[in-house]
Design a protein around this ligand. Structure first.
Ligand code: NAP
Ligand code: 3JM
Length: 342
């Protein structure tokens, strides 16, 4: 297999660290791996797979000779450097929301719409973490029974907001324990005017508010899901909530399928045995997915599948996955693997 030169922009962050781990774990055919971050981290050493890598500052010249560049340093950095990397010959796999809704840029979850990658060059967008796990789980349901409506509420982990948010939850937990005053500076989002404690709390705001009353995270889920499923008519609506969980996003998902008289057993069977999905669904043994047990795992876990007694086509389910893995780093590396195969 052809070996490629790789760069990771945002390599010191929560997502970038996992991208490097996944490249090593999956024996990705890398000729070289360059770790890039801000000037602040230049010179920092990171160990992985028996190698010591030295972080470099993200500057245009850093992309010379790079075949695949993973970006996870925020939308503004992607906007600043992604086209630059492409002009120097790299394919960019972008983890931010910067280009996801651009109609010329494919938004990819390999097992759902990987066919769109064919001969694709330039920028490829990796969807939002909450979108990825939901569409991955619902793909087989859509394929077998049709899907026209999704109403989702999320229960999202702090690691989705970066390493500063993980540190904030940990610091606030200690402050609470010590009966000190709780300091909130990061969540719901660093740029927000007001900050609220996340420890022992639930914050119904992820990212900024849109004039419609939805948050940007909710709009990402709604728009990205339609784009990935290639169905603009699908009705998708979301409520996104941050919880004091370190890693693993959970989602309560209500769906309406096209076909009538589908049973819970048929919905369950459509997902069972699909690579990347694990059905954990047995009330008799209290078996259902939970974020604590999804952390570090590559799969999307599905349980609590049950019928809406008031709708002939409605079902509820509970979908959980590691937001830094399938939700970000793993999906990006799978996109890169698919590109190389092609
Ligand atoms: P994080 O832990 O806060 O890490 C941010 C990374 O960006 C760090 O490596 C940081 O480097 C780097 N960075 C900051 N300013 C930079 C600059 N001026 N030039 C170059 N690098 C810079 O955040 P994270 O959770 O890893 O998330 C990073 C981004 O990935 C997010 O902003 C988001 O757009 C995207 N993301 C996507 C998903 C998804 O759903 N697919 C999930 C989470 C995040 P320093 O160490 O030098 O500051
Ligand atoms: C997840 O640009 C930024 O400040 C990053 C905001 C952000 C995003 C985003 O919009 O790219 C933080 C966490 C995401 C995401 O995956 O959508």
């Amino acid at each position: 297999m052809k070996k490629v030169n790789v760069a990771i922009v945002g390599a010191t962050g929560a997502v970038g660290t996992k991208i490097l781990e996944k490249l090593v774990e999956r024996n990705f055919p890398a000729q070289s791996i360059k770790l890039l971050a801000s000037k602040r981290s230049a010179g920092v050493e990171i160990q992985a797979g028996g190698h010591t890598y030295t972080v470099e500052e993200t500057v245009p010249d850093a992309f010379d000779g790079i075949d695949i560049a993973f970006f996870s340093a925020g939308g503004s950095i992607s906007k600043m450097f992604a086209h630059e990397a492409v002009s120097r010959g790299a394919v960019v796999i972008d983890n931010t929301s910067a280009f996801r809704m651009d109609e010329n840029i494919p938004l990819i979850v390999p097992e759902v719409n990987g066919q769109l990658l064919k001969e694709k060059q330039g920028i490829i967008a990796n969807p939002n973490c909450s979108t990825i796990q939901m569409v991955a789980a619902l793909k087989p349901v859509k394929e077998q029974f049709g899907l026209n409506r999704i109403v989702v509420s999320t229960y999202q982990a702090v690691s989705g907001a970066g390493s500063e948010a993980i540190d904030e939850l940990s610091a606030q937990s200690m402050q609470f324990e010590n009966r000190d005053s709780i300091e909130a500076k990061v969540l719901p989002s660093a740029s927000a005017e007001r900050h609220y404690p996340i420890a022992f709390n639930a914050i119904p705001q992820i990212d900024a508010f849109d004039p419609s009353g939805y948050t940007l995270e909710e709009l990402k889920m709604m728009n990205e899901t339609k784009k990935i499923f290639g169905d603009n008519e699908m009705s998708v609506t979301a409520t996104c909530v941050r919880l004091p969980v370190v890693t693993g996003h959970s989602e309560s998902v209500y769906i309406e399928v096209d076909k009538e008289n589908v049973s819970v057993e048929e919905i369950r069977a459509s997902m069972e045995g699909i690579t990347g999905i694990v059905v954990q669904d047995d009330p008799a043994t209290q078996t259902y997915p939970m974020p604590l047990y999804a952390e570090g795992r590559d799969e999307v876990f599905v349980g609590r599948i049950r019928k809406d007694p008031h709708s002939p086509t409605g079902f509820h389910m509970w979908i959980v996955s590691d937001n830094l893995l399938k939700g970000a780093a793993l999906n990006s590396v799978q996109i890169a693997e698919m590109l190389i195969e092609q």
